[in-house]
Design a protein around this ligand. Structure first.
Ligand code: URA
Length: 193
């Protein structure tokens, strides 16, 4: 039988598929509109996300909110999820094995959402979702297409907090994403002219 969001969230909340489950406070399933045309994919929960059960609620999340606002979006107009749903200890990168075990949840979320546009936030998400050999410095802002869905990646907001020099090119990427939304996301109203 086809998934429903409710069943999927309940099932995911009980997942013990890898060792990350042992240390988590909460599964961070995802947030936003379940009818959004735009899916944002991060890497995995940090400390604040693990405590609150919501993606991107720490400093990087605050910057993400500002980035969305710059192009007329907010969290009610997108869906946000991560490659792994449980916090890797010490905020290390999720292991390939952890990603492999966790990715079916994201695939099922994507199948329910049927987004028109997927934006990967950072290298880990881009490698997991767009292509294994994705190079974020060289390929951020480029467009890929799969099954009628447009995919792109931008620098992770945490990288933009560490390195202000990456912000101008990210602004260009965001403007291009805004243009693509105007072109293909007919249900998404942007709150800027
Ligand atoms: N970084 C991520 O990639 N995801 C989050 O949810 C928070 C920080």
């Amino acid at each position: 039988m086809a998934d429903t969001w409710e069943d999927l969230e309940r099932e995911c909340g009980q997942c013990r598929g890898c060792a990350l489950a042992e240390r988590r406070t909460q599964v961070v399933f995802g947030t936003g509109s379940r009818t959004a045309e735009i899916l944002l994919i991060g890497e995995g929960p940090g400390r604040n996300e693990d405590l609150q059960g919501i993606p991107f609620v720490g400093a990087a999340g605050q910057l993400l909110d500002e980035m969305l606002e710059m192009i007329g979006l907010d969290r009610t107009k997108v869906y946000i999820a991560n490659v792994v749903k449980c916090r890797p200890p010490g905020n290390r990168d999720p292991l390939n094995t952890e990603q492999a075990v966790c990715l079916p949840w994201l695939r099922r979320q994507t199948a329910l959402l049927r987004p028109k546009l997927i934006v990967c936030l950072g290298r880990i998400a881009a490698k997991a979702i767009i292509k294994e050999d994705f190079r974020i410095a060289a390929e951020h802002g480029q467009w890929f297409q799969r099954g009628g869905v447009y995919l792109t990646a931008i620098y992770h907001p945490a990288a933009l907090l560490r390195d202000l020099g990456k912000r101008p090119e990210t602004f260009e990427d965001l403007k291009a994403i805004q243009g693509k939304i105007r072109e293909i996301c007919s249900k998404t109203e942007l709150s800027v002219p």
